[in-house]
Design a protein around this ligand. Structure first.
Ligand SMILES: [Zn+2]
Ligand SMILES: [Zn+2]
Length: 212
């Protein structure tokens, strides 16, 4: 498999495109494209690599991670999937935008299906395993591609930090428990691709993350 990180929107959110090089089936994870040129950048990347977008996945439904869902859903003909416990956030995009002082309306897209802990999605012959890691939001998910040693961690875990827990549905104790029990138990060499900032590894965070 291959992975491409594309940074989007004023929150400097990391959108990821992951794909299987045999079938060219792809998933867009946390489509944060807000501006036209950000949509075009993703579109160009998908076209240039002859990818077939099979899934639009969300680690969670904070606005910076789903600005581009409506565009992507229309453009690729698939609806986004996320954890059911984050669905209520969709109805509150306007509220989220106002809270961050954003001077524009946010288009939302309904979910096409729910993801829950233990689900497995296929890209070609590759498995994407769904891990529920509540704490940053109630429905926070990580996507684990064990065969590649990749973890798409959303805003649960960052290089040297963890997600904020002061937003709706957040809980510090729950997030720490999620990270310790579900993420720190993965192989140390697992590469962690976070929703913001640079990539890291489970081993590095175990050693140096001041929150853990
Ligand atoms: Zn978030
Ligand atoms: Zn975020």
């Amino acid at each position: 498999m291959k992975i491409k990180q594309i940074q989007n929107n004023p929150f400097q959110e990391n959108t990821y495109v992951i794909w299987d090089e045999v079938s060219m089936d792809a998933a867009i994870v946390d489509c944060g494209a807000l501006f036209l040129q950000e949509e075009e950048r993703i579109e160009t990347f998908v076209n240039d690599n002859n990818l077939k977008v099979k899934y639009i996945l969300n680690t969670h439904l904070h606005l910076d991670h789903c600005f581009g869902n409506a565009w992507a859903a229309e453009h690729y003909g698939v609806l986004p999937m996320a954890h059911e416990d984050d669905e209520t956030l969709l109805a509150r995009m306007g509220e989220q935008a106002r809270m961050f002082g954003l001077p524009f309306e946010v288009k939302t897209e309904k979910l096409g299906g729910y993801l829950k802990d233990g689900d497995v999605l296929m890209l070609g012959n590759n498995e994407i395993k769904v891990i529920h890691t509540p704490g940053h939001s109630r429905g926070g998910l990580c996507f684990y591609i064990e065969t590649e040693g990749w973890l798409l961690a959303g805003d649960s875990l960052f290089a040297g930090s963890i997600g904020r827990t002061d937003l709706e549905g957040g809980s510090y104790a729950t997030l720490i428990k999620s990270i310790q029990e579900r993420l720190m138990t993965l192989p140390e060499e697992t590469v962690v691709y976070s929703g913001h900032g640079p990539y890291t590894t489970i081993g590095e965070e175990k050693k140096s993350n001041p929150f853990l």
